[in-house]
Design a protein around this ligand. Structure first.
Ligand code: HPA
Ligand code: ZN
Length: 342
């Protein structure tokens, strides 16, 4: 039995593996600036968020047709299944496609085609969260959201991503107000590279229910008190933090400190094709680095379930499965361990 997981911080465009990228380039006759897979992979040496985003936006130029978005999403879901993912709330960046001439409806329909097969084919329930690029004008985000609402295109929530510093959440208050008025769920990247003040703004001005990354909240005790008190989830992405140099090495990752502080943290892969692994790889690496053990792995899985936008009944069913997994782990470890850890 695999630990049942929920993934809440996953950019579908960030699951574009080099092999699929080259296949789509050939299919769509797109000329790539990289001569080989090796040459492309050699670019995956990022100095900060912006250096990653430059490559991320460039690479997704191979996504042109509806079926390309379906193939991309299916590839992620198939891999997520092997990781034990049972529910995924997936980010999608409309402006990364509309800005290069791919119609919103084409891209979204392609993603949806895959999501509609997800429960039957991979046993993964899904939700779709449209993320707006904060380094583009808020008016553009507002226009796209209005188009989605007017067209009755089914989405579950909105988020905020891309270059963070100098693009504070307060710029997007109107966008989030409109989304809230239409019953959409609200999340935002904050406190990845940006200061704790951006996390405060995301909470108090945008009214987000969940903070993506939020790792720099650790610099502000009053903010930590607030996050703990209100059980605001932080979707933490350890491989991303290392690759984008938010922290130096995995050994420096504050995940244990965050757990011990009582924060509602869960583990996610962010852009797994670029950062060295999927959600299971992130968890395995943390377990190896910090000796988390079954109890803290189960806690992280439970946190993800609580942080999700699943119904209470679906949350309870998945949480039961986590307890079953934990019991099998304790059994496998033998009676001495079972007594010690109980
Ligand atoms: N941060 C901000 N924007 C992003 C990311 C990220 O980690 N991945 C894709 N867009
Ligand atoms: Zn992200």
């Amino acid at each position: 039995m695999k630990l049942p997981l929920v993934e809440l911080h996953l950019h579908i465009e960030g699951t574009l593996e080099p092999e699929l990228l080259f296949e789509l380039a050939e299919r769509n006759a797109v000329t790539l600036p990289w001569a080989s897979l090796a040459e492309l992979r050699a670019q995956y040496d990022f100095t900060d968020l912006q250096s990653f985003l430059d490559l991320y936006y460039r690479a997704l130029d191979v996504l042109r047709e509806r079926v390309d978005f379906t193939d991309l999403t299916c590839a992620y879901l198939a891999r997520a299944r092997t990781a034990g993912v049972r529910h995924a709330e997936i980010f999608f960046d409309p402006q990364a496609h509309t800005s290069r001439g791919v119609p919103l409806r084409t891209a979204l329909a392609g993603v949806r085609d895959a999501l509609e097969r997800s429960v039957d084919e991979w046993g993964i329930s899904t939700q779709l969260i449209v993320t707006f690029l904060r380094d583009r004008p808020a008016d553009e985000a507002l226009q796209i959201l209005r188009e989605i609402l007017a067209g009755e295109i089914p989405i579950d929530g909105i988020g905020l991503d891309s270059a963070e510093v100098d693009y504070p959440p307060e710029l997007f208050t109107e966008v989030f107000d409109l989304a809230r008025a239409h019953g959409l769920r609200l999340v935002a990247h904050a406190g990845e590279e940006g200061p704790p003040d951006y996390v405060w703004q995301a909470l108090d001005l945008l009214g987000v229910e969940r903070v993506d990354h939020g790792i720099r909240s650790l610099e502000d005790e009053a903010l930590l008190d607030r996050l703990v008190r209100d059980r605001i989830p932080l979707t933490v992405c350890p491989f991303s933090n290392v690759r984008l140099r938010v922290i130096d090495t995995l050994a420096d990752h504050p995940i244990v400190r965050m757990i011990d502080r009582g924060l509602l943290v869960c583990i996610n892969s962010d852009d797994p094709a670029y950062f060295g692994g999927y959600i299971d790889d992130n968890l395995a690496a943390l377990d190896a680095e910090f000796g988390l053990g079954p109890d803290r792995l189960a806690l992280l899985a439970r946190n993800g379930i609580e942080a999700s936008f699943l119904t209470p009944a679906a949350k309870a069913a998945l949480a039961d499965e986590v307890e079953t997994w934990l019991a099998t782990q304790r059994e496998a470890a033998g009676p001495a361990t079972a007594i010690r850890s109980s």
